[in-house]
Ligand binder design. Sequence first.
Ligand code: PLP
Length: 434
Amino acid sequence: IKETLIDLDKKHFIHPTSSLKQQQETGAPFIFTEGKGVYLTDISGKKVLEGMASLWNVNVGYGRKELAEAAREQMEKLAFTNSFSSMGNEPAIRLAAKLAELTPGDLNAVFFTSSGSESNDTAYKLARYYWKIQGSPEKTKIISRKKGYHGVNIGATSATGITPFQEMTSSLAPDFLHVDTFSTESLRKCIEIEGPDKIAAFIAEPVQGAGGVNIAPDGYFQEIRKICDENNILFIADEVITGFGRTGKMFACEHYGIVPDIMLLAKGITSGYIPLGAVVVTDRIHKDLIKYSEGVLLHGYTYSGHATACAVALKNIEIIEKESLIENSRLMGKELLDGFYKIQKEIDIVGEVRTLGLIGAVEIINPVTNTRFPAHIAPKVSAEAAKRGLIIRTVVFEGMDTLVFSPPLVINQKEIEELLSILREALLAVQNSL
Ligand code: PLP
């Protein structure tokens, strides 16, 4: 069967974010058939530890029967009904209320999408609309950060600050600006040049994920919140990766004690069992939308508030809470970091290491020059790790040579040790080959 599938895959399946040439040359490296906890099994029976929780999202781990059951129950009762024209369904209403309860401050009203990219494009439109109905239609610009990742719809691509993603398209959306990743000065300058009366919002991931797991220095986000307030600019936190326990808090904004005006969610909201995203706004924005908006809010996806997706999200959140997965994220994140430090001491090509909860990175450096190697080393490490049964990702754009980690939040001590032991072997194998 494997050969047939590889053949069909080459002919018919255009893989997302993949080298299409490599797909043709080597075929799919893995075709997965089953998952349990932190492990996946592929079609040849090979078992691998998923050090990335797939795409940073399978927080409760694979093979959760409760989620399958929640989907089945809802599908049998009412799989889907649309939420247009103020119609509703019980799971969507209950999930909106649950998200209002979980998100910090007065983030209390929810617009549903089916993905992080849709959450982003929705937020840009809502931010602009918000200013428009307040009588400031010229407040349109969206400022994001270099190395930020916000998705692949045209708005989200335009906000993304990872150049190769932008180079894919010959024309980006207008009114998107990028500032330096952790420089509040760069943001201040940008606001000064553009004028606060032209800017709708500033958007940032509380921890940059796809950009290499870049964790903000102390005080950065508090300063960002201040700058946005001083200039009448909405602050959008893209918690698509960091939400739902990934960083050791329910939402990463909690680390910094800040409340964004708009919070974007997806991924861990259902642990990837079914597509769902959400845009959570403050009472202030919600009230103004109700008060000043006339006519119909002409923005909505067919699947906004999908009953089955929302039922799965509710069950997924229940699991995160019942099984104390946020605490586990903190505890196992600490184990992961301790292990990274040990590896860093032993293996010369390991540079900076960092984690926040269960999201982390290991930088590769040339120990002789203390700079990056001319050719990327991280992909070699990742390939060696895959051979030994561990899936990790690499970030190799714009001078980076970084391994990133984001295992399911259900990972236990023994599995962390296994992850670290394979990582160590893979790093040594590559170091010895240099
Ligand atoms: N925002 C962030 C921070 C992300 O990491 C991602 C995806 O990785 C997205 C948005 C886009 O989400 P999606 O792939 O569900 O469209």
